[in-house]
Design a protein around this ligand. Structure first.
Ligand code: HEM
Length: 415
């Protein structure tokens, strides 16, 4: 049966579509070709325009005065949008960098920006490498067979983030569970509950945890990122409690599932393209390019949204003030107009103008750290790897936001 553009549009709001690469990319390719800025009206969701071409995604991201992150920075049900709107009005909603626009965004982003600069990140590299080695050792201990997604990939980036924030290892399991509940929110394996109240409850738990941390770091500042956030001032005044807690939440969440999805998806891609694995082992100098190709290939962030601040034209379509556009990163990253043979996994792809980290003023703050982590992991793994193959069927998380593999059974020999 032939897919219509309306059916293709609906897949963008279907969490299960993101766990089925073929279905997703069939829909996205059709939209890119026939209706690149397409209105989606799905029961239970406020309408939005799906933006699927690389050039149009860039155009929206570039004009951050026209296309605002507030009040709808990502896709959620109409019920959740409403709860969020009420909480924003009461001043008790989560307000992270992705919820903000200028002038607040510029000021609040600057607080963490020094921490995340590539040069500062390079200073953290030895610690990241040490943690990467620890997880490759863990694969040896697991005896040649494991669920790489569950037993290795989810742990390493979370450990890096906790270490950066200065949180104790004893809080590790709690943070792992909370981030999975927050980002795997549409997947039965991770969900705490189905109602919007239960989703809000996950956010509030995060909040309570980080509020305590703020108090502790204000009393006893250390040199970790948590202290920098807790003691930051804007125009001489500290951030309010919600903005402070929100900062931790964005760093703890954004920095975790995204990178683990890339590492697991990158390994799957190498297993399924043995010629590319051989090439990378023969030419380790390709690693920086390979890392970006893994990030393009996986594209762990599926969308962000913007809302038009006035009537405008995009891709030949009129967008009215107050209407929202959904930026489809997986689609932009397979755009035939930009990538030669976009469905080929090529560890030497150069140039690679992928949009997996977004673009413009909201460009991923953690991009340099993410690249260091993925690189460190594969640079530790590959020289020790004998053979590797799938030992079962990989499975992905059902989500419309951040996701990737939740199971990657592998069999390997490793020294
Ligand atoms: C924002 C992707 C890793 C922290 C974003 C955005 C994307 C993204 C698409 C939104 C950009 C936009 O709106 O234009 C990714 C991917 C990652 C990754 C694919 C891994 C492969 C990280 C890490 C951290 C991090 C490791 C921090 C430790 C952030 C923050 C923002 C952000 C704080 C908000 C920036 C803002 O709105 O100004 N990321 N991210 N991310 N990311 Fe990442």
């Amino acid at each position: 049966m032939t897919l219509t553009v309306d059916e293709a549009g609906l897949t963008l709001a279907d969490p299960r579509a993101y766990a089925d690469d073929r279905r997703l990319h069939e829909a996205l390719a059709l939209l890119r070709r026939d209706s690149p800025v397409h209105r989606v009206e799905k029961p239970g969701y406020n309408p939005f325009w799906a933006v699927t071409r690389h050039a149009d995604v860039m155009e929206v991201e570039r004009d951050h005065a026209l296309f605002l992150n507030a009040p709808r920075p990502m896709l959620a049900t109409a019920e959740f949008d409403e709860i969020n709107r009420q909480r924003q009005e009461q001043g008790v909603a989560l307000r992270t960098l992705v919820h903000m626009d200028d002038p607040d965004h510029r000021v609040v982003r600057a607080i963490g920006a020094d921490w995340f600069r590539p040069r500062a990140m390079r200073a953290l590299e030895p610690r990241v490498r040490e943690l990467a080695r620890r997880y490759v050792d863990r694969m040896v201990e697991l005896g040649g067979e494991c669920d790489f997604a569950q037993q290795v990939a989810v742990h390493f980036p979370l450990q890096v983030i906790l270490s950066l924030l200065g949180l104790p290892e004893s809080d590790y399991d709690r943070m792992l569970k909370l981030t999975q509940e927050l980002f795997g929110g549409d997947d039965d394996d991770f969900q705490r509950g189905t109602s919007s109240e239960e989703k809000v409850a996950v956010l509030l738990d995060f909040f309570a945890y980080f509020q305590k941390l703020t108090e502790a770091r204000r009393e006893n500042p250390t040199d970790d990122l948590a202290s920098a956030i807790a003691n930051a001032t804007v125009d001489g005044a500290p951030l309010n409690d919600f903005d402070t807690a929100s900062y931790y939440v964005i760093v703890a969440t954004a920095g975790h599932d995204t990178t683990s999805a890339t590492i697991a998806g990158g390994l799957q891609a190498l297993i399924e393209h043995p010629d590319q694995l051989d090439r990378l082992r023969a030419e380790p100098g390709l690693m920086p390019l390979a890392v970006d190709e893994m990030i393009r290939w996986v594209t762990p962030v599926k969308e962000f949204m913007r809302t038009a601040s006035r009537d405008c034209e995009l891709g030949g379509v009129t967008i009215r003030e107050g209407e929202s556009v959904l930026l489809s990163y997986p689609s932009a990253n397979r755009d035939e107009e930009v990538f030669g043979d976009p469905f080929r996994f090529d560890v030497g792809r150069d140039p690679n103008k992928h949009l997996a980290f977004g673009f413009g003023v909201h460009y991923c703050l953690g991009a340099a750290l993410a690249r260091i982590e993925v690189r460190a992991f594969f640079e530790e793994l590959l020289p020790r790897l004998g053979s590797i193959e799938l030992a079962g069927t990989p499975e992905s998380v059902a989500t419309t936001f951040v996701g990737g593999l939740k199971r990657l059974p592998v069999r390997y020999s490793l020294v």
